[in-house]
Write a protein that binds this ligand. Structure first.
Ligand SMILES: C[S@@+](CC[C@H](N)C(=O)[O-])C[C@H]1O[C@@H](n2cnc3c(N)ncnc32)[C@H](O)[C@@H]1O
Length: 339
C-alpha cells in the first residue's frame, strides 16, 4: 500500500528549488560546461580557470555533482555528464544554454515580482513601466535582442528537430515560419527536407541575426527572410505556415487574428502548425505549460498559454476543416490544422 503519511519533502524542495536553479544558471554564466568539454579538470585547476574563490569552489562543483550536472572521478577530477557535455558546451551546435542565459540575466529578476503580477495582472519585465510594448522594449538593446533570439532557439530546438521529421513535408513545396526569431525551426525543416523552399517572417530588426544563422547552415539558397509586422500586413503565402511560441505572447483577439491570417494565406489542403508547451486539456499535468503561462503574465501585457482543445476550437472557428495534436519534445506539442 502506498504510504499516505503527509511529508514536507515536496514542499521544501519546491520552495527552495531556486537554490538549484541559480546554481545551474551561474555554472552556465561561468561557462563551466564549455571549459570541462575541453578536458576534465581537478578542483584547483577548475577553480583557477573559472576565477572562483577558494571558499565557494568545492561546494559549488560538488553541488553540481549531486544535482546530476557534473561527474567526479574517485581521483577528484570533474567532468561533464553526457547531457551537459552535449547541451551546455557553447561550442556545440546542440547548445541550448541560450534560454538559460536569458533566464539568468532577465527572468530570474523579473520573476521576483511574481506576487505583484498576480495581484495586478501587469507585466514585470522591461515593459513594466508601460512605456514600450514587449518586443520594442526587448529589441531597444542590440545585445538583449541577440540574447532573446538565441534563447528562442534554445527552448525550441528539441521540438524543431521533431517537427522537421515528424510532419509529412513530402506533400508540400513551401513553408513560412511566422515570428521565426533566429530561425532554428526554419533551418531544421530546410536541412531535413531538401526539396522545400522556406521563408522566415519576423520584425525587421531580426533580419541580420536570422541571415547569419541561415548562412552558417549553408541554407541561404532555399531559406529567405521576409520582414513584416503581422499586425499590419498579411502573412506570406506558403503551403505550410508554422508558429512556434507566437500565440502565447498575445491575448485572445490577436491569437484568433493570427490563426485567421494563416488560414487566408494557405492554399486548399495547406496546413498550419502551432507548437509550444500546450497545456493538457484537463489543466492538471503539464506544469511546465502552466508555469510558461505565468511567465507570459510576467513578460507580456495579455499573453497566456492554452490547451490543445482551445487551439483546435479557434482553428475550426477560422475555417480549418480538420485538426490533430502530436506530442513533441518534453512539455511541447503541436496542433496541426488543415484547410
Ligand atoms: C517568443 S518568440 C518565438 C520565436 C520562435 N518562433 C520560437 O518558437 O523559438 C516570438 C517572435 O515573434 C516575433 N514578433 C513579435 N511581434 C511581431 C510582429 N508584430 N510581427 C512579426 N513578428 C513578431 C518576435 O520578434 C519573436 O521572434
Amino acid at each position: 500500500m502506498p504510504d499516505s503519511t503527509p511529508s514536507p519533502d515536496h514542499i521544501l524542495q519546491t520552495g527552495l528549488a531556486f537554490w538549484a536553479s541559480k546554481t545551474l544558471l551561474s555554472a552556465i554564466e561561468l561557462e563551466l560546461f564549455t571549459e570541462l568539454a575541453k578536458h576534465p579538470l581537478p578542483l584547483t585547476d577548475l577553480r583557477g580557470r573559472l576565477g572562483l574563490h577558494p571558499r565557494s569552489a568545492q561546494d559549488f562543483f560538488d553541488a553540481l555533482v549531486a544535482l546530476g550536472f557534473l561527474q567526479r572521478s574517485p581521483e577528484g577530477v570533474y567532468s561533464n555528464t553526457p547531457s551537459t557535455d552535449l547541451f551546455l558546451d557553447k561550442r556545440k551546435p546542440a547548445y541550448i544554454g541560450g534560454i538559460l542565459e536569458m533566464a539568468n540575466h532577465r527572468l530570474y529578476t523579473h520573476w521576483s515580482h511574481l506576487t505583484e503580477a498576480l495581484r495586478t495582472g501587469r507585466p514585470q519585465n522591461e515593459s513594466r513601466d508601460g512605456s514600450l510594448p514587449l518586443f520594442e522594449a526587448l529589441y531597444a538593446d542590440p545585445a538583449r535582442l541577440r540574447e532573446f533570439l538565441a534563447a528562442m532557439s534554445g527552448i525550441s530546438r528539441g521540438s524543431n528537430h521533431l517537427i522537421a521529421r515528424k510532419f509529412p513535408w513530402d506533400r508540400y513545396q513551401t513553408y513560412a515560419d511566422i515570428g521565426t526569431a533566429q530561425g532554428d525551426l526554419a533551418v531544421q525543416i530546410a536541412a531535413a527536407n531538401p526539396h522545400l523552399q522556406g521563408i522566415g517572417f519576423d520584425l525587421p530588426e531580426v533580419a541580420p541575426i536570422f541571415e547569419e544563422y541561415v548562412e552558417a547552415h549553408n541554407l541561404s539558397s532555399r531559406l529567405v527572410f521576409q520582414s513584416g509586422d503581422f499586425f499590419k500586413r498579411l502573412l506570406p503565402k506558403a503551403d505550410v505556415i508554422t508558429m512556434g511560441h507566437i500565440l502565447h505572447d498575445w491575448g485572445l483577439p490577436t491569437k484568433q487574428m493570427l490563426i485567421r491570417k494563416a488560414y487566408d494565406s494557405l492554399p486548399k489542403d495547406g496546413a498550419l502548425i502551432v507548437y509550444e508547451a500546450i497545456i493538457d486539456d484537463d489543466r492538471r499535468q503539464n506544469a511546465f505549460g502552466l508555469l510558461m503561462s505565468l511567465n507570459m503574465l510576467i513578460e507580456t501585457s495579455d499573453g497566456f498559454d492554452y490547451t490543445a482543445a482551445d487551439c483546435q476550437r479557434w482553428m475550426h472557428e477560422a475555417g480549418f476543416r480538420r485538426t490533430e495534436v502530436h506530442h513533441l519534445a518534453g512539455p511541447d506539442s503541436m496542433v496541426v490544422a488543415y484547410k
